[in-house]
Design a protein around this ligand. Structure first.
Ligand code: GLP
Length: 272
């Protein structure tokens, strides 16, 4: 039995120049969600006033469902947690079901005891002339909170993290960006015939990298190539998630399909 193995299929340690990335490969999406939630819950129990960076998207639905379940069963108290969301579309009414504010309310905020005063979201409506100030203020708020303790991330099929699309500078901070056409297509699918906006405001790569710990979740075959490029390819702005190889404390929880392109010869695979 592998000590660190929580309940997944395999534990992989990718060792790159002394930086070990923990990769937990799970049986399926539900197992990924449970594993992810147990890591989040563990960090909150150790530090009840945890500063938590939050992501959205279909990958996160199961994770938040499991976190809510722990809260409902009295196993998790989120009253002192501070949250910062990664990104938001620009040009949507906050009540719009496509907005990330709406998503968070539906899946997490409205179902736990997170204090609304400790929730930080990027605005979906902002004047272009205010964008720089809004972004700078968000960075300051993160700093004021003591920095992000645990940043949750999903993965775009093109390797994006947050809305840092391929080519985003590794030094980037919170800012307004144009989305790739492919991202707009993919992210519009749950809302068809409505489309998601073509611009967003997102934490930058540098902002993400400053988090003390990162938890990346990936599910499904359509993420397999992006995950392999992120974990095993060269570190390049063309694959924004590849920068995570340089972070000292990353845990990846991926289901079998998402992990299917990982080259096990580069990894130490231990199956429990
Ligand atoms: C969006 C979000 C990302 C998220 C990605 C994956 O583009 N901005 O933060 O990681 O989608 O989404 P999904 O989980 O729906 O595949």
């Amino acid at each position: 039995m592998v000590g660190e193995l929580l309940a997944g299929l395999a534990l992989v340690n990718l060792d790159r120049e002394g930086v070990v990335m923990r990769v937990i490969v799970t049986w399926d999406y539900d197992d990924m969600s449970r594993q992810g939630a147990s890591i989040v819950a563990d960090r909150i129990r150790r530090k009840p006033d945890l500063v938590l960076g939050l992501a959205t998207g279909t990958t996160m639905v199961g994770l938040y469902r499991e976190v809510v379940e722990l809260y409902r069963r009295g196993l998790l108290d989120m009253a002192e947690v501070t949250t910062f969301n990664l990104d938001e579309y620009v040009g949507l009414n906050p009540q719009d079901p496509r907005s990330f504010r709406y998503f968070m309310q539906e899946h997490l905020f409205g179902k736990t005891n997170i204090d609304p005063r400790r929730i930080h979201l990027l605005p979906s409506q902002l004047n272009p002339q205010d964008a720089e100030q809004v972004a700078a203020d968000y960075e300051k708020e993160i700093e004021k909170a003591g920095g992000i303790d645990l940043q949750i991330l999903g993965l775009g099929r093109n390797g994006h993290i947050g809305f840092n699309e391929p080519g985003a500078p590794l030094e980037s901070r919170t800012r307004v960006v144009d989305l790739d056409r492919e991202t707009v297509e993919i992210n519009s699918q749950p809302f068809l015939p409505l489309r998601v906006p073509r611009q967003s405001i997102t934490m930058g790569i540098k902002t993400i990298m400053r988090a003390k710990e990162i938890l990346l979740l990936a599910s499904g075959a359509e993420k397999a190539l992006a995950l392999a490029r992120a974990l095993e390819g060269p570190v390049t702005p063309e694959v924004p998630a590849s920068v995570l190889q340089l972070h000292p404390a990353v845990t990846v929880v991926a289901d079998r399909e998402a992990a299917s392109h990982l080259n096990s010869s580069l990894c130490q695979v231990r199956v429990g």
